[in-house]
Write a protein that binds this ligand. Structure first.
Ligand SMILES: [Zn+2]
Length: 273
């Protein structure tokens, strides 16, 4: 890259950079590109993924994914509104899809674009187990973990890509850059791992969301016991590599369940499915 291009790019990055406090984590996060610009790129990636995979429609399982997703989305909105963050989700376009794939996995892209693989259904076991996974995945998106995992180089690329899209429409290379930034690795649809602290954060936030949505938070620990039993020592893909150990996770979720119930009570939710 020549110097002039670098300067233009740097200027672009600085233009887009601003700090914001994330309502879910209370941390200052770098909002490098506004949601209104970056989320449409995520939506494009999501649609491409759906186009290249077998989406299951109309079955009771597919309906369950949608039902749970809508409740978790609603819980997120209620929590945000109650805490003074009206409009935080204004650029979100929630969508929930079940995809035929034997991998034990699920993910949520920025902007509320969710995929569950059929391989996770037997371990989730029931609607409450689905809610525990859904809460966790949605929490990653709400806490902006995807952006935080990007390197400085990727931040520059995405800011540049956002400008390129604004100026000249989309192209293949831009899609690749954005895909990498959102964690869709070289194997399309396999999300890159989050850091251990992000996993723990998503567990805590997700537990509250599932409780506010009316699902029994005690079941999250049960889900992870099943994950542990199923994995034979190996964690499923989204939870790979830097995840907390299953035992730490189960202990945390068990310890946090009463606080999640207390949070749900603030929203008038006192009985749980
Ligand atoms: Zn996670």
């Amino acid at each position: 890259m020549n110097t002039r291009k670098s300067i233009v790019l740097l200027g672009t990055v600085l233009l887009f950079m601003s700090c914001a406090t994330n309502p879910f984590t209370g941390k200052q996060t770098l909002a490098l590109v506004p949601n209104s610009q970056i989320l449409p790129m995520a939506f494009q990636q999501y649609n491409q993924f759906l186009g290249e995979n077998k989406v299951i429609k109309g079955t009771s399982d597919a309906q369950m994914i949608t039902r749970v997703g809508q409740k978790i989305a609603k819980a997120s909105e209620r929590w945000l509104n109650a805490n003074g963050y009206q409009g935080y989700l204004k650029d979100y376009k929630w969508e929930y899809n079940l995809v035929e794939d034997k991998n034990v996995n699920a993910w949520c892209m920025p902007g509320g674009k969710i995929v569950f693989y059929t391989g996770i259904l037997p371990i989730a076991k029931n609607e409450t187990g689905i809610a525990a996974v859904m809460g966790h995945e949605v929490a990653h998106a709400l806490a902006n973990h995807g952006q935080q995992r990007m390197s400085a180089g990727q931040i520059q690329q995405v800011a540049g890509a956002a400008t390129a899209i604004a100026v000249s429409g989309k192209d293949q290379k831009t899609q690749q850059i954005v895909g990498t930034a959102f964690g869709l690795g070289s194997q399309f649809g396999v999300m890159l791992p989050f850091s251990r602290s992000h996993e723990t954060e998503a567990d805590r936030i997700g537990l509250q969301l599932m409780a506010i949505a009316g699902y029994n938070p005690d079941e999250a620990a049960e889900l992870w016991k099943r994950m542990k039993a199923n994995s034979g020592g190996q964690a499923p893909p989204e939870f790979m590599s830097t995840h907390p150990s299953s035992d730490t996770r189960i202990a945390n979720l068990t310890a946090w369940a009463p606080a999640a119930r207390a949070e749900a009570k603030k929203f008038g939710v006192t009985t749980f499915k």
